[in-house]
Design a protein around this ligand. Structure first.
Ligand SMILES: Cc1cc2nc3c(=O)[nH]c(=O)nc-3n(C[C@H](O)[C@H](O)[C@H](O)COP(=O)(O)OP(=O)(O)OC[C@H]3O[C@@H](n4cnc5c(N)ncnc54)[C@H](O)[C@@H]3O)c2cc1C
Length: 337
């Protein structure tokens, strides 16, 4: 099986699922990495270290900013000349566009958002969760090459071998961009829950500390949000000590405690960290579908009957305003921070 893996990056920051895609490709045969951009020597080097047998590189100032037209035309031309059996992408907003446009050029299809891939005879069968993860769908692509985008953190990441290197093969850029990027600015959705190894999440319970006295002059609603901010400050501190990200339930988001980009669940993000700590979250099914694939779930809740405990490996029945700071202190000591 000849597999190509597209290495997705933004300003030199590589999507870690690109390496997971190389790992997946290596289980099927040889892997050629594809690196497009401007000044991408470090990315090319890393692609060899993560196991690529060969790297195709289009390094050109016209590719400095991602634009679908030149990227897709260059990828399609490369695939037409090299005839891979499979092209893998880490799933991102950029690769959704790129894979779809290239698939049209190559007269094939894209299996999106896959969580498993297996060979059956000479056919590749992909699995992807649908209906909020309640059903696993098996799909095949009858076109060639098969194109597939992988979910982050569903496939093992290979260990890099810094001694491994190789000579990259130069690829020419095809087609001009029809659009120009005027600039970038950070947005709320900069929170990257999808790649986080640890997530500490807060729910409506983060506002429930009646002993906290808000500044004078606040009405009830303002006081609730003020208390919630104190609760989320504790959650953020724990997340920082563990090198993780901050998540939230929809009630916390709807309550105005924290922006939507932090929401986990059916109408938020689906996450798969190694560790998920749910603080003051009851465990409604719409929240659980977003985090139940975490490797280890810890729940902190005052109510011993909260449904979240059924999903959790470890549970602490207690007040998060006491338990979370105690955990932070314990981890600081343990981790020497
Ligand atoms: C169509 C639809 C889509 C939805 N999508 C989502 C989604 O994407 N994500 C999502 O999360 N929800 C979603 N919901 C909402 C979901 O049904 C729940 O309402 C929500 O998850 C509840 O959030 P919560 O657990 O923070 O709040 P609550 O259910 O109110 O639970 C708060 C918990 O905090 C505990 N608590 C209170 N004070 C403390 C304290 N001091 N210390 C410790 N524990 C304390 C309480 O015992 C309680 O268990 C959706 C609902 C619908 C209908």
């Amino acid at each position: 099986m000849k597999t190509f893996v597209y290495i997705d990056h933004f300003k030199g920051e590589i999507q870690p699922a690109s390496w997971e895609a190389i790992g997946l490709g290596k289980t099927l045969g040889s892997v050629s990495a594809i690196v497009f951009g401007s000044g991408v020597d470090a990315i090319t080097k890393a692609a060899f270290e993560y196991g690529a047998d060969e790297v195709f590189v289009a390094d050109d100032t016209s590719l400095e900013d991602f634009r679908a037209e030149p990227y897709a035309s260059t990828l399609s031309a490369l695939a037409s000349s090299q005839s891979p059996d499979l092209i893998l992408f880490p799933i991102t907003a950029r690769t959704r566009e790129l894979a779809a446009m290239s698939a049209v050029d190559l007269n094939t299809g894209v299996l999106t958002d896959i969580s498993a891939l297996e060979m059956n005879g000479d056919q590749l069968i992909a699995t992807r969760p649908i209906y909020e993860g309640k059903v696993l769908e098996k799909t095949v692509c009858s076109g060639k090459p098969v194109m597939a985008s992988i979910r982050p953190r569903f496939f093992p990441k290979p260990e890099p071998d810094v001694a491994k290197s190789g000579t990259a093969t130069k690829v020419d850029v095809k087609a001009d961009a029809l659009t120009t990027v005027e600039g970038y600015s950070a947005s709320e959705s900069a929170v990257n829950l999808g790649d986080a190894g640890v997530i500490v999440s807060g729910g409506r319970g983060v506002s429930n500390n009646p002993s906290l006295q808000p500044p004078a002059g606040m009405d009830e609603r303002q006081a609730e949000i003020w208390r919630a901010h104190q609760g989320f400050a504790l959650i953020t501190e724990l997340a920082n000590v563990l090198g993780g990200a901050v998540g939230a339930s929809r009630s916390a988001v709807d309550g105005g405690y924290i922006p939507y980009s932090h929401q986990v669940g059916q109408t938020g993000k689906v996450v798969t960290p190694d560790l998920y700590i749910a603080c003051g979250i009851s465990g409604a099914v719409q929240h659980l579908v977003g985090m139940r694939n975490a490797k280890l779930i810890v729940a902190i809740n005052k109510d011993a009957d909260a449904p979240v405990f059924k999903q959790a490996r470890y549970g602490v029945v207690g007040d998060l305003f006491q338990v979370v700071p105690a955990l932070t202190e314990a981890f600081k000591k343990k981790l020497g921070k």
